[in-house]
Write a protein that binds this ligand. Structure first.
Ligand SMILES: [Zn+2]
Length: 321
């Protein structure tokens, strides 16, 4: 029996549901209603889909009412459950970036890439079998294209930098972005004590991190005066301008840290050196934001993301030559 995960009604017909990925508060999906139709933003993994089904059954939402299943990009914490979800929602189309579509139609390469990052045992525990999606049910919107969810326009924008197969969705009705991984990861544990200052960390995950493109994508999201940005990891951020500046600073600092270790051989040794410096970098930022906390004791919360960031920077250095 799976543990029930938190559900937050954000108003404007948007509900945030925890996917239960690794721990509560780490990854969510969003259910959006428009004119009696539903869209699910993000798929979680195959193990997450039960959370959504339980919510829908309790609220009398039929599987046939789901019109769109929308992973923001094809990393497996966002798209791993796509095939399982599509099997349960017979009327749904899978909306995925044109650069990612083929990897969900034939997930062989995607799974192999993630196995290389996580190792086989951890991969099986986190993701399990990746179910393919029928190509006839896949649509890939162009940059700026609008899809209608009932009477509710959802607009798609290319947002590379974290991955070349990443888009963000703009929901005019709530003036919200669904930002996938572009607008960083939110750590409520490190938010300022008045709850007003969120703490985010950027994500430089392998293998397509591109700092200039990621900064441009962050700036695109901040530019149209959104009421909020809805992060997959995790929840709503309304302090957009300050958080955008923090993320851009972190992206530049990540590159500077990586460059200090560029002369080391690519791989485990260089990753470890970058990771150690990132740990002290984040310890410093967290101490500035929350001097009341024992930052060192809380750093293990960030450990997985810092490790992925270090791996992504090592790959970036190698690709850049
Ligand atoms: Zn993610």
């Amino acid at each position: 029996m799976q543990q029930r995960q938190p559900v937050t009604d954000l108003g404007h017909g948007i509900v945030c549901l925890d996917t239960g990925y690794i721990r509560s508060g780490l990854a969510c999906f969003y259910l959006i209603e428009g004119g009696g139709e539903y869209a699910v933003v993000e798929c979680g993994t195959r193990y997450s889909v039960a959370q959504l089904n339980d919510y829908m059954a309790e609220h009398g939402i039929s599987p046939e009412a789901v019109r769109y299943v929308i992973p923001t990009h094809v990393h497996l914490d966002h798209a791993g459950g796509a095939g399982v979800m599509m099997a349960q929602f017979p009327q749904a189309q899978l909306v995925v970036h044109g650069n990612g579509a083929r990897h969900l139609i034939d997930p062989t390469k995607l799974a192999a890439g993630a196995r290389a990052v996580y190792g086989d045992a951890r991969f099986d525990e986190l993701y399990g079998e990746i179910v393919p999606v029928d190509a006839a049910r896949v649509v890939s919107p162009a940059d700026g294209e609008v899809l209608l969810l009932g009477d509710r326009p959802l607009q798609f924008f290319d947002t590379p930098g974290h991955a070349n197969h990443h888009f963000c969705l703009w929901d005019e009705r709530s003036r919200s972005w669904f930002s996938g991984d572009v607008f960083g990861l939110r750590y409520p544990e490190f938010a300022a004590t008045d709850g007003q200052l969120d703490y985010l960390i950027t994500t430089t995950t392998p293998v397509q991190f591109d700092p200039a493109k990621l900064i441009a994508s962050v700036e695109l999201l901040a530019a149209n005066n959104p009421a909020q940005i809805l992060l997959t990891h995790y929840g709503a951020v309304s302090d957009v301008a300050r958080c955008a500046a923090l993320l851009c600073e972190q992206i530049n600092d990540h590159c500077a840290i990586a460059e200090r270790h560029a002369a080391l051989p690519a791989g485990a040794e260089r990753c470890a050196a970058i990771e150690a410096e990132l740990l002290s970098y984040f310890a410093g930022q967290i101490a500035d934001q929350r001097p009341d906390l024992d930052g060192a004791a809380l750093l293990p919360l960030l450990a997985m993301d810092i490790n992925l960031n270090a791996q992504g920077l090592d790959v970036w250095l190698a690709r850049r030559g």
